[in-house]
Design a protein around this ligand. Structure first.
Ligand code: ADP
Length: 464
């Protein structure tokens, strides 16, 4: 059974790990999808901005300037680097106007979040008759920002890649002769945006999904925990019940065996003819009968819960009550080396208790002190009055109860086992009954104990 539970716990943990792995994978997928759709949404919303006539005309100025510079380059008046330098300078000069118009359009769309924009030059290639002449290529240098804000490419997104192929007519001057030539120019640009807080926006959009997933996960963990806890509890209860059945069988066996021997004896003519032997055997039958009756009463009465117990309360004076209790207990127990120290508070207090049940409850504690005590058992009964509560402390110098067992000794049928061996007879009902009686009196019972030192039971009951 223990092995099965261990296997079940391991299987549950493994299932939980697998489930959380799958859930993490699904959340990651959902995150990527949300991210994609968010960027697509932004892309669609701003795709028309750069078609604005004012922005178009500014870009045209840049294009015209580039054309002039390429003409100068073809006439070998400037280098490639100068073409790019001039392009950059021109871009810088119109950038303020470009961005002002761009941001105005952006505000008009009202996205609800901030974006940064830049246009990057990726390559310029001039195709002439002889060969292709690469003026600029971003594979050699990082993309050149010609318009917009300069920001890191990390976390940014390309929303548009443009490739224009234009035919340019250049005036060529060679050896004092002037003629026009035609070149094709391929220009590649990229429009890049950076949504400043895109992560938090995507996370916010996924919030409900994530909260629901976490709650679901916690619910499954809770369910597993509850099921395993219930299973362990059930196992404990089964063990306790089996223990109880073993104990009661053991308790019943002895009187039944004695009764069987006695009844056989009574059939014997010799015993029937001797009045003394006959009386002796009848006494044995009587004693065993009483013992059996007591056992059954113990099971029936001590199994009652606080709700089932009907109290019939009397008013008693504490001193008198405890004096009687101590002398009755001394009489009933056959422990010669027993000493009971009476420390009942000097002030006389009137207690409203069901004397029959309350006495039985206290007797259970006293009997345990003897049962689980040393050869020289010493019990102290101390009482005190605290505001509206009457406090009874019963201490002994016995074997003590471990911390682990202390929380369970008031459970029905619970017995402290010493490696599956019970040296002292009992059904595990005494303290259960005592706690139920104390509860029925609206009181509380607690235990403090140290192994090999002794045990103290504290009962508090309201006195009004
Ligand atoms: P029982 O005595 O029939 O086993 P109880 O309900 O009276 O059942 O006690 C439960 C367990 O608590 C006992 O099995 C015993 O191990 C432990 N116990 C109770 N009282 C004492 C005590 N005074 N000293 C040591 N152990 C005790």
């Amino acid at each position: 059974m223990k092995n099965k539970i261990t296997i079940l716990i391991i299987a549950s943990i493994a299932t939980l790990i697998a489930l959380s792995g799958i859930q993490a994978y699904l959340i990651e997928n959902a995150y990527q999808l949300k991210k994609k759709s968010f960027i697509q949404e932004t892309d669609n919303a701003i795709s028309d901005i750069d078609n604005h006539p004012e922005l178009d005309s500014l870009v045209d100025i840049l294009g015209d300037d580039l054309r002039t510079n390429l003409g100068d380059y073809e006439n070998k008046r400037i280098t490639k680097a100068e073409v790019i330098g001039r392009l950059k300078m021109k871009g810088d000069s119109i950038n303020a106007a470009y961005m002002e118009r761009y941001n105005k359009e952006l505000r008009a769309i009202d996205l609800g979040y901030k974006i940064r924009y830049k246009r990057q030059l990726t390559s310029i290639i001039v195709f002439n008759r002889k060969e292709n002449d690469t003026i600029f290529s971003s594979s050699k240098r990082k993309g050149l920002v010609i318009l917009g804000e300069d920001f890191q490419n990390e976390d940014s997104h390309v929303i548009k890649s443009a490739r224009t192929f234009t035919e340019f007519d250049f005036i060529i001057q060679e050896n004092d002769s002037v003629f026009t030539n035609t070149f094709d120019v391929e220009l590649k640009t990229k429009d890049v945006i950076l949504i400043t807080d895109w992560k938090s926006i995507v996370f916010r959009r996924m919030a409900s999904l994530m909260i629901f997933s976490v709650l679901l996960f916690l619910f499954v963990v809770g369910l597993f925990y509850y099921s395993i806890k219930t299973l362990i509890n059930q196992k404990k209860i089964t063990e306790i019940k089996t223990d109880f059945i073993n104990n009661i069988t053991h308790e019943l066996k002895t009187p039944l065996a004695t009764l069987s021997v006695a009844s056989k004896s009574l059939k014997n003519a010799e015993i029937r003819n001797s009045a003394e032997a006959f009386d002796n055997t009848l006494n044995i039958v009587d004693r065993q009968n009483t013992r059996l009756q007591k056992l059954i009463d113990q099971v029936l009465t001590n199994s009652l819960s606080a709700k089932e117990i009907v109290l019939s309360k009397d008013v008693v004076t504490d001193n008198e009550y405890f004096n009687d209790l101590i002398s009755d207990f001394k009489l009933s127990t056959q422990q010669p080396a027993l000493s009971i120290i009476n420390k009942v508070c000097s002030q006389e207090v009137l207690l409203r208790i069901d004397t029959f049940h309350f006495t039985t409850a206290l007797f259970n504690i006293l009997e345990n002190a003897v049962k689980y005590g040393t050869d020289e058992t010493e019990i102290t009964i101390e009482t005190s009055l605290k505001s509206n509560e009457y406090c009874i402390k019963i201490s002994d110098n016995g074997e003590g109860i471990s911390i682990k067992d202390q929380s369970q000794i008031f459970d029905k049928f619970y017995r402290v086992s010493h490696g599956n061996v019970h040296n002292v007879k009992g059904l595990g009902l005494g303290l259960y009954y005592t706690s139920q009686i104390v509860n029925a009196h609206q009181g509380k019972i607690t235990v403090q104990s140290e192994l090999q030192q002794g045990t103290t039971f504290t009962i508090t009951i309201p006195i009004n």
